[in-house]
Structure formats: C-alpha cells, structure tokens
Design a binder for this molecule. Sequence first.
Ligand code: 3PG
Ligand code: MG
Length: 396
Amino acid sequence: MAWKTLDEMGLASKVVLVRVDINVPVENGVVTDATRIEKIVPTIKDIMAKGGKPVLLAHFGRPKGKVVPEMSLRPLVPVLAEKLGCKVNFAEDCVGGPAKKAVAALAAGEVLLLENTRFHAGEEKNDPELSAGMAALGEVYVNDAFSAAHRAHSSTEGVAHILPSAAGRLMEAELKALEAALGNPTRPVTAVVGGAKVSTKIELLSNLVAKVDNLVIGGGMANTFLVAKGIDVGKSLAEHEMAKTARDIMEKAASAGCRIVLPEDVVVAREFKAGAENETVAANACPADAMILDAGPKAVDMIGRVFEASNTLIWNGPLGAFEIAPFDTATNAAAQTAARLTKAGSLISVAGGGDTVAALNKAGVAGDFSYISTAGGAFLEWMEGKELPGVAALMN
Ligand code: 3PG
Ligand code: MG
C-alpha cells in the first residue's frame, strides 16, 4: 500500500493529531448508534501503546463555519471515555489558545477531543491558515476518517500535507476491504445497487458496469430500467426522464461484458404502507393502478444463483422498500444468502452506504458480511471510481 500505517511511525511521547469521524446519530442527546466511535478505538489504543498522545480532530453535523452550540462535540466525551476506557479531555476550539493549552496539559494515557472543526469557516474551504493552526498542535497526523475522506477539508486533507502522515487502523481496514472488492477482486464479482433513484447513481452505475461481471439492480432504480426497456410500471416510483441514461448504461454494460440483472417478478401494492395488501406479478405485468415495492421470489432465486456463482460481492442500496414490511423480503433474503455464502467461505462480501447498513442490520446479517463500511458518501464516491482527497493526501 502506498500510504504509511501506524506501524511505520515513531510515536513515543509525540502529540498525534488523529482525524476521526464521530459524526454519529444522536437523538435527544443520546447516541443511537455508536459504531463509528467503537471503530476508532483500535487506532487510539495503538497510538497510546506506542507512547503517543492522541488529539482528536472531528466534525459533527453541518454548522457551516459558525459556532452552533447544538453541534458541539462535548456531549460525546462520556461515550468516548466509556469506549476507550480512559480519561477524555475536551478543548473548546480546535485551534489557537484553548487547544494549545489543552494539548500542553494532556497527560500520558489520556485523550484530548477538540471542538467541531466545522465551527471554523476555513475547514470546508481547506484554508491553509486553519490547516497550519491545526498542524501546529501536533507532531504527527493520522487520518482514521475514511467516511469523511471524500471531503478536501483542512482536517481531512490540508493537515496531511504539513505533518508526517499515516492511515489509522480503520482507514487501513476500509481501504483494504474496498481494494479487495473492486480494486483487485477475485472474480466473478457482483455488485448490487439499489435505492430510489438512477439520477443519484449514474456515475456509480457507469463505473461499475466497466468493472464488475454482474450488476444486480434493485429498488426504485430497477423500475427506471424496466421503463427503459419499454415496460409499463404503473404507478411505480420511476424516473421516466432517465430512461435514455438507463439505456446508455445497459449498452455500456453489454459492450463491457457485464450482465445486468433486473427482477423478473415483482411485488406490487396499491398503497405505500407497512402491511399493504400486495401481489406478485411478472415484471412486465404491473397493473396500471399499482406500484412495485419489492423484487419477487423468482428474482430473489435468480439473485441467489448469481451470488453463488460469484466470489466477490459489493452491495449498496436495498432491493425494495425495505423500511416497510413485507417489502423488505427480497432485501432480507438476498442479504441472508450473501451472509451464508460468506460464512461458508465462498464469497467476499463488502457493503456500505447509510441505507445499506441499516437494511443489513435489519436483516440481522451485518455481522456475517466480510466487511461493512462506516462510510456513506465516501463509499459511494469510491464506488464511482473517484479519488478521495483525504486518501490521496496520505500518499505523499
Ligand atoms: C458522513 O456522515 O457522511 C460523514 O461524517 C461526512 O459528513 P458530511 O456528509 O456532512 O461531509
Ligand atoms: Mg455525508
């Protein structure tokens, strides 16, 4: 790998600036999913084991360059302390006097969390002055925030050019998993792309058809592909204006030797609600007053066979309206097949993106996948084949 890891860095008694992504969901002051906090623990513990003093740089929400008290990172201090099993100090600013004082006071075996980097307008502008202010606090920079690496911000990109830099353990794990799934995969490789809209995933689909052997399309976007094939989808969610784009993607797939798998049967209903009365019909037989809400059992069988014939699977987006039962059936069944094949050792399965992880958790199989990314937008951009600035900056 072209970037340095913690193993190659001398950290003894050094102040180590660590960019983490602890942008976790919080409801009524309570963290509802601490996964991102749990995932940075090995990095911070390894830094301390090497005698380094971790100083955490992080953002929370989108305060747009202003101090927004509701977006302070301070409430995360107890959660971090619990997960890390050590004292976590807090500084009211990520640069300047308060930050310097807190760094100077930091004892070995303790961690310092700096206030939301996005309270500074310079952060999202990747302002060199802000980057220098951050860099002045430490001696080494470690980026462990793969899920924020699609942002070229001071704390994700700028600082990496000033201090000796390395990837943290989570960053390493993410990059290795993604490389195994799409960079240099064991073929045949299958991608599952679901979700509502083709328009938000054009670049992703175009990149994938050139790289994978099978592309399973699900969710609302499958309807758009059915429309592109001249099929009437009744009242289904579909982007009719994207039909030409869908046809272009199918053509590109054909010439690249990528097989596109669309559902051959579908589950339709008259209402979009949990438990709505439904029926299974052929994909080309959606009644005019109904909408497609899930892939049907034949489609699920077909997807299972594709998974069985694959060695690598990369998954983004649900196959149906997974948030309302029973329209989560196809997503659950396909996820369970992927999990079974992974456990049997015949499939490397990697998944990412907000909805995807929620769907896999709901199916109860997230733990059985080879790798689940902590990233949403960064995972998508990576699947689109884009260079992530936060990763690129570590290559120097
Ligand atoms: C995320 O949750 O997607 C990351 O923390 C990045 O946040 P952003 O989308 O606000 O840049
Ligand atoms: Mg995001």
